[in-house]
Design a protein around this ligand. Structure first.
Ligand SMILES: Cc1cc2nc3c(=O)[nH]c(=O)nc-3n(C[C@H](O)[C@H](O)[C@H](O)COP(=O)(O)O)c2cc1C
Length: 363
C-alpha cells in the first residue's frame, strides 16, 4: 500500500501558544511559545527534513492555573517571520474566518506566498470559542452556517488568487466583493486546509479544500474519517489530503513512557481542561469521545506513545489508514525534534513510511 501512496509528511503543530503540549502544570522544559524558541524549533525541523509547520490560532486563554494557551503569537505575522528565516519547509497560518475580511487575507496570503517562494498555506478555522468572539463583540454563527461562510471565504480567496484581475465578483449573506482584484496573484494558489471533523466540516472540506486537518480519538478511528472525506471529495471529482495531530512521546521502555503520561495527567489543570472540553463540544460534539484525561495530554491530539519503535509503528498505522501528514505535538519541541530525527526517523525510513532521503543527518 505504501508504494502506491505518497510518503508520510512530517510536521509540527507548533507551540506558538503557551502550554501547547498539554493542559497540565507538569513540564520538562521552559514554555516554548516565545518567538526565538519557535525560530529555533522551525529551523531544527527544517534541518532534520520535516515538511510542514501548522500553528494554533487563539485570542485568549482558557483559565485555570495555566491559563491554557493564554499567551500566543498571531499566526499570519508569525508565519511571515518564520518563512523569512527558513528556506524549504512549508509553513501555514491558522486563520479564524469570521475575524478577517477575505480580501485582506487574500493579499496577506499572496504576500506570504511571494516572500517565501510558494511555501505558505492557510489553515481555516471557523471558530468555536464564544468567549473569544465576545471579546470582539461578535457571536458564533449556528454550526452549519459557520461552514457556509467558510465556503464563501474560500471562494473569495481563490477568486482573487486566480481570476483575471478586476473580473471577480461575489455576493453572499456575509460578503460583497465587486470587481475584485488583488495583485500580485500567487503563481499557484496556496494550499487551503480546514480544521474540523464534524459532518459540516467534512462536507465543506471535501468540496473546497486541499487538506483536511482532523482530530481522531484513536489511531484506528482515523481511517474511517479519512475514507469518508476521500469518498466525499471523489464524488466532487477532487482529492483532499488528510493531516492528523498526534501527541508523540517515547522513552527507552513503554513503561517509562506510560509513567511520564501519568505525570502529565496527575498535574492536569482541571479547570482549563474542562473549559476547553465544554467549549469544543458546544459545536457539534466532535470531541465527545475524549475523556478529560485524554484531552489533558495533547489537548485533543491522538496519543502516539511507547518506545521509539512503538511510535514509528503507530505513525505507520496512521499512514496505512490514509493519513498523509502528521503535525506532531511534542513535550519538549526543540529537543524532541532532534531526538525524533535520531531515534524515530531511521525506523520510519526503514519501514518505507517516509522517503529515503527524508532526513538530513541529525545534529
Ligand atoms: C486539528 C484541529 C485543529 C484546530 N485548530 C484550531 C485553532 O487553532 N483555533 C481554533 O479556534 N479552532 C481550532 N480547531 C477547531 C475547529 O476549527 C472547529 O471549530 C472545531 O473542531 C469544532 O468544529 P467541528 O464541530 O466542525 O469539528 C481545530 C480543530 C481541529 C480538528
Amino acid at each position: 500500500m505504501h508504494s502506491a501512496r505518497q510518503a508520510l509528511e512530517l510536521g509540527l503543530f507548533m507551540p506558538n501558544c503557551s502550554n501547547m503540549s498539554s493542559i497540565s502544570t507538569y513540564r520538562v522544559v521552559a514554555d516554548e511559545w516565545p518567538f526565538e524558541t519557535n525560530r529555533q524549533i522551525a529551523q531544527a525541523a527544517e534541518a532534520v527534513g520535516f515538511d510542514l509547520l501548522f500553528p494554533v490560532s487563539r485570542w485568549r486563554g482558557f483559565g485555570g492555573e495555566t491559563d491554557y494557551l493564554g499567551t500566543s503569537l498571531e499566526t499570519l505575522t508569525w508565519a511571515s517571520a518564520l518563512l523569512a528565516q527558513t528556506t524549504r519547509i512549508r509553513i501555514f497560518s491558522t486563520v479564524h474566518v469570521p475575524l478577517f475580511h477575505p480580501v485582506v487575507v487574500a493579499k496577506m496570503g499572496a504576500t506570504l506566498d511571494h516572500l517565501s517562494g510558494g511555501r505558505w498555506g492557510i489553515n481555516l478555522v471557523s471558530g468555536w470559542s464564544a468567549e473569544e468572539f465576545a471579546m470582539m463583540g461578535m457571536e458564533l454563527l449556528p454550526h452549519a452556517e459557520r461552514y457556509q461562510r467558510t465556503a464563501a471565504f474560500i471562494e473569495i480567496l481563490r477568486g482573487l488568487w486566480t481570476a483575471p484581475p478586476g473580473t471577480f465578483d461575489h455576493v453572499s449573506p456575509w460578503y460583497r466583493v465587486e470587481n475584485g482584484v488583488s495583485l500580485p496573484q500567487p503563481p499557484r494558489p496556496p494550499p487551503i486546509a480546514n480544521a474540523g471533523t464534524s459532518e459540516d466540516a467534512k462536507a465543506m472540506t471535501a468540496q473546497l479544500c486541499d487538506w483536511a486537518f482532523i482530530s481522531t480519538p484513536s489511531i484506528d478511528a482515523a481511517a474511517p474519517i479519512v475514507a469518508d472525506i476521500r469518498a466525499r471529495a471523489a464524488a466532487c471529482g477532487r482529492q483532499v489530503r488528510s493531516a492528523a495531530f498526534p501527541f508523540v512521546l517515547w522513552r527507552d521502555s513503554a513503561d517509562e513512557a506510560e509513567a511520564e503520561i501519568a505525570r502529565i495527567v496527575a498535574h492536569k489543570d482541571t479547570v482549563a481542561a474542562q473549559n476547553w472540553l465544554d467549549g469544543l463540544n458546544l459545536g457539534s460534539g466532535s470531541f465527545d469521545s475524549f475523556t478529560l484525561d485524554m484531552l489533558t495530554v495533547g489537548a485533543g491530539a491522538v496519543h502516539v506513545t511507547g518506545t521509539a519503535r512503538d511510535v514509528a509503528e503507530k505513525l505507520a498505522a496512521l499512514h496505512a489508514g490514509g493519513i498523509d501528514a502528521v503535525l506532531m505535538v511534542f513535550q519538549a519541541y526543540h529537543a524532541d525534534t532532534l531526538r525524533f530525527a535520531r531515534e524515530v526517523m531511521p525506523l520510519l525510513r526503514e519501514m518505507g513510511v517516509i522517503a529515503p532521503g527524508a532526513s538530513a543527518p541529525a545534529r
